[in-house]
Design a binder for this molecule. Structure first.
Ligand code: GTR
Length: 333
């Protein structure tokens, strides 16, 4: 027997197990999948942390075969762009706010209907049940699969010019809004001038006084440093559009069912994690804003802000779908 052959055979027999393992590892490496995820918030923001949590969850349960590469800070583009890129499959996952999605999926605007959602608990009752599922399923129409909602917290108005206590104080102020016609109309109905600007351009625009203010939740106000540039924060809590995690239908359809199940499980687990983080960050952000000189305005006429928006709400509710949806949400208050 050819010595070389004999040695090889012995080697192969003796190392039978590790050979199998090696083959398996090769197969493993072949179907290894690293999904690319976009988020426009900074590294330690709850939504980005939730994506990183999801990555760990998937790695642990797939033996490192399935993972997520997270691109925070708008590296892959502004929300409009990442929605589109995800639709066409250039990005696998994107975490975005529901307000900019309202242009493509009008039902999302219901979360921006002023003063409709009363609290985080109310929002949770909506998102964790039928309405939430319907909205998630609605993304299928345009090449997206809705995986989970993350809470966004309540949005309030802030500016660098003066303390705002009535809608009259907003007259003439240039207030930045997300790319959302709905939000632009809302701000206009208060007498301010809406300016649609991307999230990343907002701080320089505030600093250069190109705009006077914006509206956002506590963690966004502080993690972006807006609280230093626009220190009057009026706790209007006028809208509560949540965040959503979407996966490209193209990426989704290319995955085996077991991987899809794992991704869904990971998304749900990350939702619980994000909630906890969001609560912590909301407290931290409030304290930090106050400690660093923001003026937090709690004593104002909330009703006057709601009254000023009555015609706007009436117009929005002229749409029967919106009216029905808003009614169902109100019933869960
Ligand atoms: C934040 C949200 C971002 C972005 C931002 C904005 O609350 O997390 O995704 O939508 O608001 O105002 O642009």
């Amino acid at each position: 027997m050819n010595r070389h052959f004999w040695t090889r055979r012995r080697l192969l027999e003796g190392a039978g197990l590790s050979l199998c393992a090696a083959t398996a590892t090769r197969a493993h490496a072949q179907d290894r999948r690293r999904l690319r995820a976009a988020d426009n918030q900074n590294d330690d923001f709850p939504t980005v942390q939730a994506l990183l949590y999801m990555d760990r969850y998937m790695r642990e349960r797939s033996g490192n075969r399935l993972s997520i590469q997270v691109f925070p800070g708008g590296q892959l583009g502004e929300e409009d762009e990442t929605i589109e890129q995800t639709r066409i499959g250039a990005i696998d996952l994107t975490r975005v706010n529901l307000a900019p999605l309202g242009r493509f999926f009008p039902a999302c605007n219901v979360f921006c209907l002023p003063f409709l959602l009363q609290s985080d608990d109310h929002l949770r009752r909506v998102l964790d049940a039928e309405i939430g599922d319907e909205i998630l399923q609605g993304f299928d129409r345009r090449g997206l699969v809705g995986l989970a909602f993350y809470e966004g917290g309540a949005r309030s108005i802030y500016n660098s010019v003066r303390p705002v206590r009535t809608p009259a104080d907003l007259q003439g102020l240039r207030i930045r809004v997300q790319r959302s016609d709905f939000m632009a109309d809302l701000v206009r109905a208060w007498g301010a001038t809406p300016v649609a600007l991307s999230y990343s351009q907002l701080l320089p625009a505030l600093q250069a006084r190109l705009i006077d203010g914006a509206e956002n939740n506590w963690p966004s106000y502080v993690t972006t440093d807006h609280h230093r540039a626009a220190r009057h924060y009026t706790l209007t809590e006028h809208a509560r559009p949540p965040e959503v995690l979407l996966i490209s239908k193209k990426s989704w359809d290319a995955l085996p069912p077991a991987d899809r199940d794992l991704i869904r499980d990971a998304a749900l687990a990350s939702r619980a994690f994000a909630r906890m983080r969001m609560r912590e960050w909301t407290d931290i952000a409030q304290e930090q804003a106050a400690a660093e000189g923001a003026e937090i305005i709690r004593d104002f006429d909330r009703q006057a802000f709601a009254d000023a928006l009555a015609p706007f709400v009436e117009t929005a509710l002229a749409d029967p779908d919106m009216k029905r949806l808003a009614g169902r949400i109100r019933d869960l208050a």
